[in-house]
Design a binder for this molecule. Structure first.
Ligand SMILES: [Zn+2]
Length: 307
């Protein structure tokens, strides 16, 4: 086990899959997370769970994107049945409810189950819609409000963070170094690295997500609900970094049976699922890298890519 590097150095052949759970909405936190906790407990799996804890304006986000391309995606993924109308309408006609205040006991239960608790967002919609225009002070206040909330209800700071919608820039990367995050998962990529900003590697490593999310690939040529799990498993690379992102709103709700099948299939192929922090523990020396704005197939707008 000691000789196995999960950070992408290519040593060892163990198939470790970092499991990252994003919680974007009140409904996801309230209904999706408890179900995922039950599934994970049943299989003895620990994961990294990234919570959005401020206002839930995600309905606003989804409708703002109502352009032909997005409409096609909504139809391709059958978004109304994937997410439910309550998520799609949240925050569209009235201010969104505060997620964390209403689901504190669920977040605490996740921590008690031994999962790694991270910050996803204060205002998921606000971050992904406006990060490009935010100054350092505004970025800091987004992170600080979420960080303070989680610290207060958990009695200990969240150990990691993951930017909403893989939207991160140099200013936000720098802001995060003021918080005691052991790592961040803000981008897509293939290996663990220290992001270089203004010529210097920052102190917090990036653990990128390596695999596409369900909504990015479902309905694309050759990928359907029936073969999605096999498709994802076929993309795991032994001895390299493997990180899968699932959503409380999807895999914790309408896709839960699919996700349980995924766990069983992964197990039968010898894949070990665990929190992203485990990858850090087994990383050797971590090289520097850069984060740039790129394009991810099946995803609206830009997303941060680590190289
Ligand atoms: Zn998210």
């Amino acid at each position: 086990m000691d000789a196995v590097c999960k950070a992408g150095c290519g040593i060892g052949e163990e198939l470790f899959l970092g499991l990252r759970i994003d919680v974007d909405t009140l409904t996801g936190a309230r209904r999706g997370v408890p179900r995922l906790l039950a599934v994970l407990k049943n299989y003895g799996i620990r994961a990294s769970i990234f919570f959005s804890v401020g206002p839930d304006n995600m309905g606003r986000h989804l409708w703002r994107l109502m352009r032909p391309g997005f409409l096609k995606k909504m139809l391709r993924t059958n978004a109304a049945s994937l997410y439910g109308w309550d998520i799609l309408l949240r925050g569209t006609a009235w201010p969104g409810p505060n997620i964390g205040e209403r689901t504190s006991s669920i977040i605490q239960a996740a921590a008690e189950d031994g999962h790694e608790i991270g910050l996803h967002a204060w205002d998921h919609h606000g971050w992904q819609a406006r990060l490009d225009r935010m100054d350092a002070k505004t970025i800091d206040s987004h992170i600080r409000r979420g960080f303070d909330f989680l610290t207060r209800i958990l009695g200990t700071p969240p150990v990691c963070s993951a930017a909403p919608a893989w939207k991160i820039n140099d200013a936000a990367l720098l802001c995060k170094t003021a918080f005691p995050f052991q790592y961040n998962s803000d981008c897509r990529g293939t290996r663990v690295f220290y992001p270089v900003v203004a010529g210097n590697p920052l102190s917090q490593p990036q653990i990128p997500a390596t695999l596409p999310t369900y909504d990015e690939v479902i309905g694309k040529p050759g990928v359907n609900h029936g073969n999605y799990n096999a498709f994802i498993l076929s993309r795991l690379v032994p001895g390299k970094l493997n990180v899968l992102t699932i959503h409380a709103e999807a895999e914790g709700m309408s896709l839960r049976p699919l996700f349980e099948d995924f766990i069983r299939m992964a197990r039968s192929r010898g894949v070990v699922l665990g929190p992203l922090g485990q990858i850090l523990k087994d990383s050797g020396s971590i090289p520097p890298g850069v984060v740039t704005a790129g394009k991810i197939e099946g995803r609206e707008g830009w997303a941060a890519v680590g190289e």
